[in-house]
Design a binder for this molecule. Structure first.
Ligand SMILES: Nc1ncnc2c1ncn2[C@@H]1O[C@H](COP(=O)(O)OP(=O)(O)OP(=O)(O)O)[C@@H](O)[C@H]1O
Ligand SMILES: [Mg+2]
Length: 760
């Protein structure tokens, strides 16, 4: 018998040693599911199975990489030739080998979402139908979900139900778009992401010899994170396993968090039905986390009605209590988090690799990144770029740069036809050429383009852009960074383009743009409150300079010791000594988009469960009382999820803080009451409008700025109580100098500052 088997408990051993037949391992977080899969593969290899006979499917590339490393540690390099990776990467490999049977040539391209949307846009344009009704993002979503349900354009077009559904939704041409889209992808020898699944399915369905080849090749099939597979994936795997019937899947229904992408938890039930001789193994001992963390996680997930009952327990020590941090703003939340990481590293002699910061939305990374950079703490973002490297951010920054420096070539190149203004590459080249040959500044060329490029459409379009750029320059020179940034974001058309994009990526990009505006506003605020001179520099120009310095620091490379930052979705399956879960606020987490139905709320709760169970030693939860969102400072309420953890599991400091905060307690009671009814909140309306501030829904109701006059007593959510010493109406907005009881004199811009009159 293999000697590494002793690293496992009895039930886990069963999962490793019983190699033949179907096996379902359904178990709680941290109970060793992935470990069992890893050991199972190692055991198969030790027993003489060839690596290419094993197909192991993981949820992320990172997970595949980690598994590969562990297998190498157990059995050496024999594991190198395993078929191991994500569904998409393994299916792409199969299609590379045998896609020619479907008429694809080898070396086919894989379209990303942007490629797909551009293609759809063109099709809609060519068909001459209304692009407001047939928006690319919406069409793309629908095509994607049809492919994931394995429905071809032909099947769609022959199905009366689908057709009438789309006719009712006033988009009768959808079927035609789908058909044309599929035909054009094929003609271009390209597959989109969903094709990697869909075409694999078609390949196996229509070409039995190919199916047989793979059915015989893969003697053993293993799937991690089975709860997040969708129907198409499951059907393909079922076909592949049909000859050898050696299929082992592991998962945890409590961690199913991809329903929005078609993941279907019912696959677990289907599996039991499809393999009646199945060996079901339940693991309940958690090896990852302290008792405190396990207990908290159990408590949380109990609130979900739909789940397979499990009793997760651990022999680990009780460990540290959970820390709850209340920050006055998102900026302060970043500072506290970074500071805490800095201290903990020193106290515990820990590595930065032991720390993770998790958040619900990618846009939240910005405040964390800035705080970490200030303390010189290395970090890396998994599954995403550093905030200032994201495409939409660079796009908007290009406009800012152009507003500050009209001769910035790179910025001009990036902005001139983005969003599309019908200015092609040739025209752009001509602009640059004209500037060089005549030795005339670019800004002048674009404002008088017709003179240099000749009369005609191209010249007019460039001139229009020139006027826009000029307007932005004036805005930037006469206003503070925030005012200018907001104006530019709106008038450049960038916000509009993103706002119209209702795909998940579109939403995330839109949130990032909002976050960039937040950054400019924070910048203005900070400059004013730090100012010692009368007129601090709050210009867009200085903002850009600071950003350039910030973003020149690279993210840590793969093997460097660094804090890991990522969304909770990306954290599935991973573990860290110290986990910081930030932004624990209503509307943010649970997300305001996800509280309209019980089902969605339960999915958010599973996400919370996933986040909490990543922690081994210590869990820190934080929320901010205020957060810049949609261009204005908004008060936040602590997340309802916080109240699902027993108070005794928080440390004394956290509990005292809760007791001393009356707002917090009212919320607490209210949430209790709401929870008893468990009536999901109704959606808070469409708060995702371009650049409109959402209403203030907190108990802190600020007074109108015109009511703030000299001599009155006011309260500020961050600085506390103070007396207004002086009101000053200057060019960049009315300001008040306020003498705060604890913080001393501060100058605040009244239109931003949240002030409540206490005594007039
Ligand atoms: N029998 C065991 N003895 C010691 N440590 C174990 C044992 N089983 C698992 N572990 C350790 O416990 C931790 C969690 O294991 P693993 O990641 O496999 O759990 P999981 O069930 O896959 O979790 P998740 O649901 O989060 O994916 C890992 O560090 C693993 O090495
Ligand atoms: Mg796992």
């Amino acid at each position: 018998m293999i000697d590494f088997i002793k690293d496992l408990n009895e039930k886990q051993q069963l999962g490793v040693l019983k190699t033949e037949g179907a096996c379902l391992l359904i178990a709680g977080a941290g109970s060793g599911k992935t470990r069992v899969l890893t050991y199972r593969i190692a055991n198969l290899l030790e027993n003489g199975t060839s690596p290419w006979q094993i197909l192991a499917l993981t949820f992320t590339n990172k997970a595949a990489k980690e598994m590969r490393e562990r297998i190498e540690n157990l059995v050496g390099t024999t594991g190198r030739d395993l078929w191991m990776g994500t569904f998409h990467s393994m299916f792409a490999r199969i299609l590379r080998f045998d896609g020619d049977r479907l008429g694809y040539r080898s070396g086919f391209s894989i379209y990303d979402t942007d490629d797909s949307k551009t293609l759809i846009k063109n099709i809609v344009k060519e068909m001459g139908i209304d692009d407001k009704i047939y928006q690319a993002a919406g069409m793309f979503n629908r095509i994607s979900s049809l492919k994931n349900s394995l429905i071809s354009p032909q099947e769609y077009n022959q199905n009366a139900e689908f057709l009438s559904e789309d006719a009712m939704a006033k988009r009768p041409h959808f079927g035609k778009i789908y058909q044309e889209y599929a035909a054009r992808c094929f003609k271009a020898n390209a597959m989109d992401f969903d094709d990697l699944l869909y075409q694999t399915f078609v390949l196996f369905r229509d070409h039995k010899d190919i199916l047989h080849k793979y059915q015989h090749r893969f003697k053993y099939i293993l799937i991690d994170e089975f709860q997040d597979t969708n129907i198409a994936q499951y059907k393909i795997i079922k076909k592949l396993a049909a000859v050898n019937l050696n299929i082992c899947v592991v998962g945890d229904d409590a961690q199913s968090i991809y329903a929005f992408r078609g993941a279907d938890i019912r696959n677990i039930l289907n599996f039991e039905r499809d393999y009646p001789d199945l060996e079901i193994i339940k693991l309940e001992q958690n090896y990852r986390s302290t008792k405190t963390i396990v207990e908290a996680a159990n408590k949380i997930i109990k609130n979900n009605k739909n789940q397979i009952p499990k009793n997760v327990w651990t022999e680990n020590i009780a460990g540290e209590k959970i820390e709850l941090v209340r920050a006055t703003s998102d900026q302060e939340e970043g500072r506290i988090t970074a500071g805490n990481i800095f201290e903990t590293r020193a106290q515990k002699n820990a590595k930065l690799n032991d720390f993770a910061i998790l958040y619900r939305t990618n846009a939240q990374s910005r405040t964390m990144e800035e705080a970490l950079r200030r303390l010189n703490i290395k970090y890396r973002i998994i599954g995403g770029l550093s905030f200032y490297q994201r495409k939409e951010i660079k796009d908007l920054l290009a406009y800012f740069r152009l507003a500050v420096n009209p001769e910035d070539e790179g910025a001009l190149r990036r902005a001139i036809n983005n969003p599309k203004r019908g200015i092609g590459n040739t025209t752009v080249l001509k602009v640059f050429l004209a500037s060089r040959e005549n030795n005339i500044p670019l800004s002048k060329i674009i404002r008088h383009a017709s003179a240099y490029l000749g009369k005609g459409r191209a010249g007019t379009s460039v001139e229009k852009f020139g006027e826009l750029a000029k307007a932005f320059q004036i805005m930037a020179s006469e206003n503070d960074a925030f005012t200018a940034a907001k104006y530019i974001a709106q008038h450049s058309g960038i916000v509009k383009a993103l706002f119209d994009d209702e795909t998940l990526e579109g939403r995330a990009r839109y949130e990032n743009i909002q976050e960039l505006l937040n950054a400019t506003q924070e910048f203005v605020q900070n400059k004013i409150s730090e100012a010692t001179t009368e007129e601090p520099d709050t210009s867009l120009s200085l903002f850009l300079q600071e950003v350039a310095l910030l973003s020149s620091v690279d993210q840590a490379s793969e093997d460097e010791d660094a804090v890991t930052m990522m969304t909770i979705h990306a954290a599935k399956g991973l573990e860290f000594e110290y986990v910081y879960l930030v932004g624990m606020e209503e509307e943010l987490f649970p997300s305001s988009r996800m509280i309209t139905s019980q089902q969605d709320l339960e999915e958010e709760r599973r996400l919370f469960y996933v986040a909490v169970t990543r922690a081994k030693e210590r869990l820190t939860l934080s929320y901010a009382l205020q957060r810049y969102r949609y261009g204005s400072f908004n008060s936040c309420e602590p997340s309802r999820f916080l109240f699902e953890i027993d108070q005794e599991l928080f440390n004394n400091r956290s509990r005292a803080m809760q007791r001393n905060n009356p707002n917090h307690m009212t919320n607490f009671m209210r949430h209790r009451a709401a929870k008893e009814k468990e009536s999901p909140k109704t959606k808070t309306g469409n708060n995702l409008k371009p650049l409109k501030s959402v209403s203030n829904n907190s108990p802190f109701v600020s007074s109108k700025s015109e009511d703030i006059v000299e001599g009155i007593k006011v309260e500020h959510p961050k600085f506390g109580f103070g007396i207004v010493k002086k009101i000053d109406a200057s060019t960049s907005g009315k300001r008040a100098i306020i003498n705060f009881d604890t913080e001393g004199d501060k100058t605040l811009i009244l239109s931003f500052a949240k002030l409540r009159i206490v005594e007039s």
